[in-house]
Design a protein around this ligand. Structure first.
Ligand SMILES: Nc1ncnc2c1ncn2[C@@H]1O[C@H](COP(=O)(O)OP(=O)(O)O)[C@@H](O)[C@H]1O
Ligand SMILES: [Mg+2]
Length: 280
């Protein structure tokens, strides 16, 4: 059976990449092959995951590979509808253990030139990842969720919207939630990050309904220092990703141990029933 498809979203700076990296490493460690997809044009998921700098420098965003885009989508005014893209998902990703890293590049905004071909190509790649692949897929998104479309959003099992203790991040989270549900994302949950004390925790708890919040991630000086003061994102107990992985251990267990199905369908169900994932 197919692995869970997880999209991580939220306001800029709340910790999407950090949370995504922690979840990716946690799931990979439990033996699952994971596709780590950097869908933020300002890509830094690979850095957080601890991929070597020289390899990351060579990893080009898919959308910028003009020849490949034309080869797959066709050269003319009409695009091919569903070209096979499996080969390029494998060929143009970096591999490290159970993790494959892919850089999407940004969705092109309508402007003077027509970028329809590039965007159709991105949508095709997202469809292949979310609907056709068997691996667990974790998408690290930008603040917007423009990489998802009506066609591809239905492949997302759960969108994790990261919030921090600020009203602005809570507002963005609710806007994101509405957009995601409108597109057809099956389930939207929230993760509270950078929580410093009980007061902050209480404010966040009061904002969300039962079952909406998947968990709290404490503010971590070590994480902050690793990102702030070291050029390789390495703190005393590991990389940004491995530090995040230990902070997110409970959330990972909840994600893989339970299938989150939305309040209207009876709450949380065992993942094994739904997806055939091994027990954790
Ligand atoms: N739980 C945390 N504790 C301390 N610092 C954090 C935590 N989560 C994220 N950060 C820091 O916040 C900054 C933004 O995080 P990042 O994951 O890049 O956010 P985003 O991807 O949402 O823009 C980074 O410097 C990161 O190290
Ligand atoms: Mg980011």
């Amino acid at each position: 059976m197919s692995g869970m498809k997880i999209a991580v979203s939220g306001k800029g700076g709340v910790g999407k990449t950090t949370v995504a990296a922690g979840i990716i490493l946690g799931l990979a460690e439990s033996g699952r092959p994971v596709f780590a997809v950097d869908a933020d044009p300002d890509a830094n998921l690979g850095f957080a995951l601890g991929f070597p700098e020289d390899e990351l420098a060579r990893l080009r965003p898919m959308v910028e590979m003009d020849d490949l885009v034309r080869e797959k989508m066709g050269d003319g005014a009409l695009f091919r509808i569903n070209p096979r893209v499996d080969d390029i998902l494998d060929a143009f990703s970096l591999e490290s253990g159970n993790i494959r890293l892919l850089r999407m590049g940004g969705v092109k905004q309508a402007g003077t030139a027509c970028y329809c071909r590039e965007n159709a190509f991105l949508e095709r790649l997202m469809g292949a990842l979310l609907i056709e692949r068997d691996e667990v897929v974790v998408l690290d998104m930008s603040a917007g969720i423009e990489h998802l479309t009506r066609g591809t959003a239905r492949g997302v099992d759960v969108m994790l919207v990261v919030v921090e203790p600020s009203q602005a991040s809570l507002r963005t989270a609710r806007v994101t939630e509405t957009l995601a549900r409108d597109l057809g994302v099956a389930d939207v949950r929230f993760i509270a990050n950078k929580v410093r004390n009980h007061e902050e925790r209480a404010v966040l708890e009061a904002h969300f309904g039962a079952g909406e919040l998947l968990g709290f991630v404490p503010f971590s000086d070590e994480l902050w220092d690793a990102a702030m003061f070291t050029s390789d994102g390495r703190g005393t107990s590991g990389t940004i990703g491995t530090i995040a992985r230990s902070l997110l251990a409970n959330i990972c267990t909840r994600l893989v141990g339970k299938e989150v199905v939305g309040p209207h369908e009876g709450g949380i169900r065992e993942a094994r029933e739904v997806r055939g994932l091994p027990a954790v």
